[in-house]
Design a protein around this ligand. Structure first.
Ligand code: NAP
Length: 249
């Protein structure tokens, strides 16, 4: 039996990609996972592939939806703030609505979910918040300014909350992947193909070369770092932004 058996984790965006990989990895540890997102049917299908998972509808941009979802989840030990969106566009063509949409999910959604659990987490004898940021939270990137700004905010929030609650048993860390083989990257490939006329292989190569290892990261590799941060023995690791990027920073 794992030391984490019986713990309960909320994973926002838990029905797909990195979120689902985290849920699968935590399931192996005996952790009950509560998968949150907007697409309930997809979440339920994902939960059905795991032993201890439940789907809960939640739009992280909506106060009432988050309040209802965390009421339905009951007390939790681990929050994985993973829900996120990305878009690529020249900054001169970025409207304020485009800007707000990305911040609303990637930053404000994370703040909303974190505030929903913080009160109980800072009184608990074990608690973890893990924010799925990005290497875009550590460096700049052309044509993705709103996304880069949102992920820098996630890293900044992680460091600040880690210090603010350092005297409790809560740790707050960020995981910063490079390009991971998920729907977000599929969309990026389609965008490059549409805007530049490159083939799929050329577009994929363009993204893979950002990683010194020359490949896309697999979701399970991100999930492994998340599982380590959940370990009871990782209690002195807090305020960190851990890159999962084949050496890229
Ligand atoms: P993904 O499969 O598209 O996952 C995004 C998830 O976010 C979906 O499950 C989606 O679920 C959820 N989501 C989006 N808007 C939401 C909202 N308003 N409320 C609740 N959930 C919402 O892509 P992914 O790559 O696994 O992305 C997961 C996280 O990793 C994101 O934060 C992303 O920025 C980060 N990341 C990804 C990469 C990469 O290369 N793939 C690299 C670095 C960081 P619903 O549609 O059901 O709401």
């Amino acid at each position: 039996m794992s030391k984490l058996t019986g713990k309960r984790a909320v994973i926002t965006g838990g029905g797909t990609g990195i979120g689902l990989a985290c849920a699968s990895r935590l399931d192996v540890e005996g952790i009950e996972t509560l998968l949150m997102g907007r697409d309930l049917e997809r979440l339920e299908a994902a939960a059905g592939t795991l032993e201890r998972a439940r789907a809960i509808r939640c739009d992280v941009t909506d106060d009432a939806s988050v309040e209802a979802a965390f009421k339905a989840s009951g007390p939790i030990d681990i929050l994985i703030n993973n829900a996120g969106i990305a878009a690529a566009c020249a900054f001169t063509k970025t409207s304020m609505d485009d800007w707000r949409q990305i911040q609303a999910v990637n930053v404000e959604g994370l703040v909303r979910c974190t505030q929903a659990v913080l009160g109980s987490m800072i009184r608990a004898d074990y608690a973890r918040i893990i924010n799925i940021a990005s290497i875009a939270g550590l460096r700049g990137g052309a044509y993705v300014a709103p996304y880069v700004a949102s992920k820098h905010a996630v890293v900044g929030l992680t460091k600040s909350l880690s210090l603010e609650y350092a005297q409790t048993n809560l740790t707050v860390n960020a995981v910063c992947p490079g390009f991971v083989e998920t729907q977000i990257v599929e969309d990026a490939i389609a965008n490059i193909m549409a805007k530049t006329g490159r083939t799929r292989d050329q577009a994929l190569a363009e993204l893979a070369k950002e990683n010194p290892q020359g490949r896309l990261i697999q979701p399970v590799e991100v999930a492994e770092a998340v599982a380590w941060l959940c370990s009871p023995h990782s209690g002195s690791v807090s305020g960190q932004a851990i890159t999962i990027s084949g050496g890229a920073i």
